[in-house]
Design a protein around this ligand. Structure first.
Ligand code: ATP
Ligand code: MG
Length: 582
């Protein structure tokens, strides 16, 4: 399917001069070492991402600039300067020191998006311990798996989440201390080994000597989303900040005066690389909302805080589309300058819609927990081909490789999306799974596990995860193309497609869809959708069957879990469901 390219104006005419002004020129000259020069490094020469994100700004005129605006539940609002963040995270680091936390220990957070989560994360990094953020909506099994796999020594949580921790504590012999943050002042009295955050902070010193970490020391580990199977603990090093900083500057186009909002939770890599480190390393003010997706509230926040740069995900965008343009028109969103998306393929429909209703298109970009920072992106200065993830970041070499991983495929051919390594923010291991880690590298390529194709202008187009690509009568069919056609139907809000076994054609395509507001499921509607997409797709890709679901199973980071649709369809075991959104 062909969509009209969205062309960009000459960058000379942009209201704000884009940081990435000329893609080709930058690509030609780019060196990661030059980015190093924009960082400060520790006074003694080490590299610590907490210092680059926060403390270095306290040495200049950003000291009293707002780093964090917090939009809390019950209309609470708090603001913290870089100086505040530096002082508070110093205090928190002192608390960890007093508990005997050492460089390399794992210190996990299991908290809602309250300021103390951000203070803790920066504080952990200062001690040289490894940050492990857990999403607060996780249940007992999910936290047990991750705390046990990582051997976490300290956990920071809240009274509201404590029951989940208590339920699994006996299975976590390495977990020595629990710090409780009581943001909303609920009745609670500490048990043995529980430390009251507020009390400990009141007695903690405000000075701290940041651990002199080396660029290769571990800094943070994130468990992947669990879309294709059991989540893996991808561990990153302090050098990752080089990638966070550079991509926040050149892809998200952050400028000092921006008010920036990343909607992702720090439980997922987007919420730390671009909800903490990258933007703060650029000295930018960030908005954090404790409240999850609510269409009115989201638009209210943009208008109240005059958000200029917004980074969100396809699931949220599809929800916004579900509520439609009329909701957008009720708010003044004129502060917005630049909007971005990551996490799943962004359907062309969503790109076109955003251009119509916000007056600017969502810029899709691609990366993974493992890559640590954005690898392929659409840029402010470059034309957008709706449905394409864009072009590799300068300094990143991406290619489409054949099934044996021996050859780069020419433009137009589908294959494995691979990256030349190393790059600063790449993961250095899967925790306790070194063999699996090693298996992801072949012949100088890092194998991403995704399939894609590159066109003759160097734009990459996502096909699907290697596991999800279907084989219909010898033709490979990627789910993204079929799903994008389905969501163009006026009744379809979301779509997930799988291949089901077929005696003649090997596999046939089955589609699961959920409906937009105002549509009811019926046989007639199913037929209508089927006919609608059959006209857009070739015969192999057209779904043979359509099933309407209330919602599609998704990970808590918002990704459609096709493997679950398939397991349920075929009556197979569901596998790991620790990240399934209930
Ligand atoms: P798991 O590895 O546990 O199965 P996951 O791959 O979903 O989970 P993440 O690291 O959070 O875990 O997600 C990265 C993946 O998300 C990519 O490999 C890709 O499949 C998908 N993805 C991210 N951004 C995009 C995008 N812009 N377009 C298409 N796919 C994307
Ligand atoms: Mg993955």
């Amino acid at each position: 399917m062909k969509y009209k390219t969205i062309t960009k104006d000459n960058p000379q005419n942009f209201k704000v001069r884009p940081n990435l002004y000329n893609y080709e020129a930058m690509r030609k000259d780019f060196k990661w070492e030059d980015i190093h020069k924009e960082l400060d490094f520790l006074p003694g020469g080490g590299l610590n991402l907490a210092y680059e994100a926060i403390d270095r700004h306290t040495k200049n005129d950003k000291k009293n600039k707002i780093a964090l605006i917090w939009d809390g539940k019950n209309n609470k609002e708090e603001k913290y300067t870089f100086q505040d963040m530096s002082r508070l995270s110093n205090q928190f680091a002192n608390i960890l020191d007093s508990l005997g936390v050492k460089k390399g220990d794992r210190v996990f957070t299991y908290l809602d998006r309250v300021p103390e989560l951000y203070i803790s994360i920066i504080g952990i990094a200062k001690t040289g311990a490894i940050i492990g953020p857990l999403f607060s909506a996780f249940g007992t099994e999910a936290i047990k798996d991750r705390l046990s796999d990582s051997g976490a020594k300290v956990l920071i949580t809240s009274p509201q989440l404590l029951a989940n921790v208590d339920a699994v504590k006996k299975d976590l012999p390495e977990l020595k201390h629990i710090i409780i943050v009581n943001k909303h002042n609920v009745p609670y009295s500490p048990k043995e080994n529980e430390i009251v955050y507020e009390k400990a902070m009141a007695g903690a010193k405000t000075e701290y000597n940041i651990c002199s970490t080396d660029k290769e020391d571990f800094s943070i580990m994130h468990y992947t989303s669990g879309t294709t199977g059991k989540p893996k603990g991808a561990a990153h090093v302090h050098e990752a900040i080089v990638g966070h900083y550079a991509t926040a500057k050149y892809v998200l186009d952050l400028h000092s005066e921006d008010i920036y909002w990343c909607t992702a939770d720090p439980g997922w890599v987007t919420g730390t690389s671009y909800g903490i480190f990258g933007p703060w390393a650029n000295g930018v003010t960030q908005l954090v909302s404790e409240i999850g997706f609510q269409v009115h509230h989201w638009y209210d926040l943009i208008s109240k805080y005059k958000v200029t740069v917004w980074y969100t995900a396809p699931t949220a965008i599809r929800m916004l589309m579900k509520y439609g343009e009329k909701e957008v028109k009720k708010h003044n969103l004129s502060s917005l300058r630049y909007i971005n998306s990551v996490g799943e393929p962004l359907n062309p429909e969503a790109v076109i819609w955003s251009r119509e209703v916000f007056g600017m298109a969502f810029h899709d970009n691609w990366w993974q927990t493992e890559t640590g920072c954005i690898q392929i992106a659409n840029y402010a200065v470059q034309d957008i081909k709706p449905g394409s993830m864009g072009r590799p970041f300068p300094g990143v070499k991406a290619a489409i490789i054949n099934d044996n991983f021996t050859q780069e495929l020419p433009a137009g051919e589908e294959g494995h999306l691979c990256l030349k390594y190393p790059w600063p923010s790449m993961f250095r291991t899967y925790w306790n799974k070194k063999d699996l880690y090693n298996s992801r590298f072949k012949n100088g390529w890092y194998i991403t596990g995704d399939k894609a194709r590159m066109d003759n202008e160097g734009y990459f187009h996502f096909v699907g995860r290697a596991d999800d690509v279907m084989n219909v009568a010898g033709h490979l069919v990627g789910p993204f193309e079929v799903e994008s056609a389905l969501v163009e139907h006026p009744a379809v809000a979301e779509a997930g497609v799988i291949g089901i076994p077929d005696p003649i054609r090997m596999e046939v395509v089955k589609a699961f869809v959920s409906l937009r507001e105002g549509f009811e499921p019926s046989e007639k509607l199913k037929l209508d959708i089927k006919k609608f997409v059959a006209e857009k797709l070739d015969a192999n890709a057209a779904p043979k069957e359509i099933e309407i679901l209330k919602t599609l199973p998704k990970t808590r980071s918002g990704k459609i879990m096709r493997r679950l649709l398939k397991a349920r369809e075929l009556g197979l075991p569901e596998g790991d469901t620790s990240t399934l959104e209930e």
